[in-house]
Design a protein around this ligand. Sequence first.
Ligand SMILES: [Zn+2]
Length: 384
Amino acid sequence: MPLIPLRPLLEAAEAHNYAQGAFNVNAVCQAKAVIEVHELFRSPAILQGADLANAFMGGRTDFQNGTLEDKKKGAKNIAAAVKKYGEHSPVPVVLHLDHGRDFDSCVAAIEGGYTSVMIDGSSLPYEENVELTREVVKYAHPRGVSVEGELGVLAGVEDHVFAADSTYTNPLTAIDFLKRTGVDALAISYGTMHGASKGKGVKLRREIPTAIRECMSHEGIRAFLVSHGSSTVPRYIVEEINALGGNIQNAYGISKEELKAAIPCGIRKINVDTDIRLAVTRDLRELFRDRPELREDPQVGGVWKLLDEKRDAFDPRAFLPPIMDAVMYGTGEGESLKAVTDAIEKGVKEAVGSLIVEFGSVGRAPLVALDSLEDMARRYKEGV
Ligand SMILES: [Zn+2]
């Protein structure tokens, strides 16, 4: 089946009280692995490309400086990969833009084939956030594309998103925002944090989603709450990276117990990126330890060089520039390249598979209404 919008997945999650993990991808083999592991668990799937992941997939290894043109090219590459593996998948697959920076980035993603977009106006003054988000909804909904907005500020670093301090989402403002923008999903700030250093023993303010959800039901608003910055940062993986020559310090995630307790409070989409980055970094380090001859390999030796130079890095994008054709298009032949992409896929599957189980989306694929973009456009028009 073609890729479907986000909304039907979140409707199923709400109706059956579970959450969907939403997993970031930066390379063709990662998209393949995320889809395959969802198939293994018969779970619906949400794949995310962050705004700057689009730039990276557009060939900008210095993705922080990516232009709109780079993002357009990259959005097409990610969408091509997700369609290749997702359109013939037995599970429903959504491709969602994570942290769309402005109206044009959202349009670029939609034109590239994304079925859902986030517009992040959370750093803007409130009225400007409402205005920008409403503008994106006005463009996306007639095309059947779902929209996620954000209200409240999460601390931490995630690609271009940086904030030193957090501001929790005010439930009263959230209701006003939902009413005025018509978004399908809302990212809230309730104690999660972007990046790998969330601090020890984070407690989530579950009363925030609880209050918003309660008021939504009184007001007849049908939207869904999203938890960003929700990586669990598995301790064992960090320790393994460090034992393999890495140097990752002060890495603490949100505990699985905290996240799972937020699900019955109305959290229906949980964004995870760091866990995948960590598992992939460990598997790459392990590969070059077990097969030292690959360090000198003309095709993939450059990946090892970067791993060896950047011991405190755990974003695979820091190591993959030597194999950009494989990253962007899934092309390139040879046993050594396959060994590297296999290692990446293995890391993705471990991180994603364990969270599919924790968040409760195992076996839920048949529960999702398979609304196409056209079906969804009609539903928006008719208000159903
Ligand atoms: Zn985020």
